[in-house]
Design a protein around this ligand. Structure first.
Ligand code: BTN
Length: 331
């Protein structure tokens, strides 16, 4: 379904601006359009799932909003400069990362967000798939264009985990824990995964696509995920407003990203550590080429994980799969 037109959006804004009934006369006057145009806009809003009641000759009242990731819902009250100012919404797509990458190649602006209600080929790290049931979670990909060397991709992925953790806390009252480098967990079960893809020159990033999947309202997982995944609704017993969550994520991402671009990862490190609480843990980190065992010293100011091996060496690792030696991530 295509985006709302300017008139449709203005009708919606007016209906949202105050509860109660808005007369056709008020709408036609304020928007300087005909009655027929107002009634056409209302029909379109209803088609999109808005509960617009009409009271005989009195006018229209907005009774309910749809549970969708529509741009107009996310952007309602959004106070960012660029993050989420442009949103592409799909009812269904293969993968928001794939769509965002092709838009980035075509010159999409920094801050563009691609969201989908469901993905038919949602991708995870290491070639895994990402379970994407419809109309219940957050699946989205942001395009960023930092004028920085390629290592920034790993650091921006780290700060995205922090943004998701903060957004879940603000919108759902849920405390989570970051698992380095880019998972967000609740009591050892995964609630969010992040997949960053990029196009870079040798010394400079062209674009980054930060793909984020957050289990918000799903209550039942496929059997293979039952033991290892969770959602905000399962943890808190209450559904999360997905548009509110997305708006919060846009503003968290913009403020953390701007801090990072001006001051590097250092100023964000303490905040990140508070959510990760990794320092001092005995870990095994699989880097693909080897398994490094030792005691985690937390992150350095570049966002590298530092591990002290039993022979006293300190190894810096940019990304990998970390397991706590006790097997389960500490609560
Ligand atoms: C992982 O933990 O393996 C990363 C999962 C990333 C999933 C998200 S959902 C939105 C975006 N589109 C994708 O195809 N993947 C990311």
């Amino acid at each position: 379904m295509s985006e709302l037109s300017r008139v449709e959006r203005s009708v919606l804004d007016l209906l949202r601006s105050a509860p109660g009934i808005h007369s056709s006369a008020e709408l036609t006057e304020k928007l300087d359009v005909t009655r027929a145009a107002v009634s056409k806009a209302v029909a379109r809003l209803r088609d999109r799932g808005y509960g617009v009641e009409s009271k005989a000759s009195a006018g229209y009242r907005l009774a309910s909003l749809p549970d969708r990731l529509y741009p107009e819902l996310i952007q309602h009250g959004l106070q960012t400069e660029f993050t989420g100012q442009e949103i592409v919404h799909f009812a269904k797509t293969d993968s928001t990362n794939t769509q965002a990458a092709s838009l980035a190649n075509e010159g999409a602006p920094e801050g563009l967000l691609v969201v989908a209600e469901t993905q038919t080929a949602g991708r995870g790290r290491l070639g895994r798939s990402w379970s994407s049931p419809a109309n219940t979670n957050f699946y989205g990909s942001f395009v960023l264009r930092p004028s920085l060397p390629p290592i920034a991709a790993a650091q921006i992925t780290l700060l995205t985990g922090l943004c998701v953790a903060r957004s879940l806390e603000t919108v759902a009252g849920l405390r989570t824990r970051i698992k380095w480098p880019n998972d967000v967990l609740v009591e050892g079960r995964k609630i969010c995964g992040i997949l960053t893809e990029s196009s870079s020159e040798l010394d400079r990033v062209n674009w980054l696509v930060i793909g984020i999947g957050v289990n918000l309202n799903v209550r039942k997982f496929p059997e293979e995920l039952e033991e290892i995944a969770t959602s905000a609704a399962i943890e808190t017993g209450k559904p999360v407003d997905r548009a509110d969550f997305t708006r919060e994520l846009c503003s968290q991402l913009e403020s953390h990203y701007l801090r990072f671009v001006s001051g590097g990862f250092g100023p964000l490190r303490d905040d990140w550590e508070r959510y990760a609480r990794m320092a001092g843990e005995e870990v095994i980190v699989g880097t693909g080429s080897e398994d490094i065992e030792g005691r985690s010293l937390g992150l350095d100011s570049d966002g590298f994980l530092q591990v002290e091996t039993p022979d006293g060496r300190i190894v810096r690792i940019v990304a990998g799969d970390v397991t706590l030696k006790k097997g389960v991530h500490r609560k």
